[in-house]
Design a protein around this ligand. Structure first.
Ligand code: SF4
Length: 396
């Protein structure tokens, strides 16, 4: 059976388009958040330079050794010399676009939105030990009951080599369901991964040794996505014990590095308390979007209704758009703690291949595109769900 176009369509503008469109002009990234970092990584992959970040409250003169331009520069930009990639907040896009137009910039010719670029994300589980019991669909991330698996170090170098061959790789997310910091060599893994692309660490802040804090916080291309464990979880006390350590380190970090740390809170019982703690410490708070598990009981599972923003309307629109392309395919390759290639970070984690490191990126894309799991997902329209979660204003 031929692959379905909804999964084979690599969304976004590729490196060749960018190279041609920029045409030797200075490239400026409007924004300094994670999306802006991803754009810089994509540019690097295409051997293109980023000449500056544009930021309204420039926290430092440089970030990642790239100059930070004050927003006042926007009035002096000239489309003959500059090309702008907007990576700021979605809500500000139309104003930003208007401003650039008044400076003579033409949409797509002289500026574009980061969303429109091809930006692949790799996701790696380094420890399978989950925060809580995993549903059956996560079986490939949990290769044995009560068995903790750490990503073998001899595979890390090979994975790094494989990721260097992934075109338009913009970010590596470390952690899926397990706690990455429980890996004894987690800091070394983060360091080596950060030489490939920007890295996000999904952690509950437990299992980090006191001596590892400075080295971990010093990794410049690393973003911390800290998700506190639920109050009734055995690690909840450990999280609370680590909190003052985090706050103390945070207070001593250079201003330009502080925005790499954010507290991600899910819709759980400790939401208000954690938000208050973060606010008091001056830490950024972001809503964490837990993905439901549609294959377990498709759309009828009672757990869904506990997410206020995940309403019936989302599912109705998802079914209406069944013909649309899969956005989730942007997160690939996805690698389990045993170093095997699995299919997708969202739904059933079907194992694709354990010999993938001997193959090319093109070969394992074909494996993903022709897999049973993707066919089932497309049939149900589930591939459009995260699209709507992204766009749902109540999610923020
Ligand atoms: S399983 Fe994942 S990658 Fe495959 S179609 Fe569904 S959402 Fe897309």
């Amino acid at each position: 059976m031929p692959p379905d176009h909804r999964i084979t369509t690599l969304t976004g503008l590729d490196a060749a388009f960018l190279t041609e469109r920029i045409g030797g002009r200075q490239t400026l990234i409007w924004g300094m958040g994670s999306r802006a970092e991803e754009v810089v990584c994509v540019l690097k992959r295409a051997s293109l330079l980023c000449h500056g970040w544009i930021h309204t409250t420039a926290p430092a003169a440089t970030y990642w050794d790239i100059p930070v331009w004050d927003a006042a520069c926007l009035d002096r930009l000239d489309p003959r010399d500059h090309f702008v990639i907007y990576a700021g907040s979605v809500g500000f896009w139309s104003l930003a676009s208007q401003h650039l137009k008044t400076q003579g910039f033409l949409s797509s010719q002289d500026y574009l939105q980061a969303y429109t670029l091809t930006r692949l994300i790799a996701q790696i589980e380094v420890v399978n030990k989950p925060l809580r019991p995993l549903p059956e669909i996560f079986a490939p991330f949990d290769p044995g009951l009560n068995l903790t698996v750490h990503l073998p170090l001899d595979k890390v170098d090979r994975i790094v080599t494989a990721l260097k061959g992934v075109p338009s790789l913009s970010r590596i997310i470390i952690g899926i369901a397990g706690e990455p910091l429980a890996h004894p060599q987690c800091v070394s893994i983060l360091k080596v991964m950060s030489t490939v692309a920007s890295v996000s660490l999904q952690t509950s802040l437990t299992h980090i040794a006191a001596q590892d804090w400075p080295a971990a916080l010093a990794i410049r291309q690393l973003r911390w996505m800290i998700s506190p464990p639920p109050d009734d979880h055995p690690t909840a006390m450990e999280f609370l014990a680590q909190w003052p350590v985090l706050v103390n380190h945070y207070n001593h970090m250079p201003a330009e590095d502080r925005h790499r740390i954010a507290i991600h809170i899910a819709n759980s019982g400790n939401f208000a308390r954690v938000r208050r703690m973060a606010n008091e410490a001056g830490l950024k708070v972001l809503a964490h979007l837990p993905f439901p598990f549609p294959y377990s009981r498709l759309l009828g599972e009672s757990g869904y209704v506990s997410y206020r923003w995940l309403d019936a309307d989302v599912f109705a629109r998802m079914r209406e758009e069944q013909a649309g392309v899969c956005r989730a395919q942007r997160v690939f390759p996805v690698i389990s703690a045993t170093g095997e290639l699995v299919n997708c970070h969202l739904w059933q984690a079907e194992k694709l291949d354990d010999q993938w490191l001997d193959k090319s990126f093109q070969e394992y894309v074909i494996m993903r595109n022709t897999s049973v799991q993707c066919r089932r997902c497309l049939k149900a329209g589930l591939h459009r769900l995260d699209e709507h979660l992204d766009l749902n204003p109540n999610a923020n």
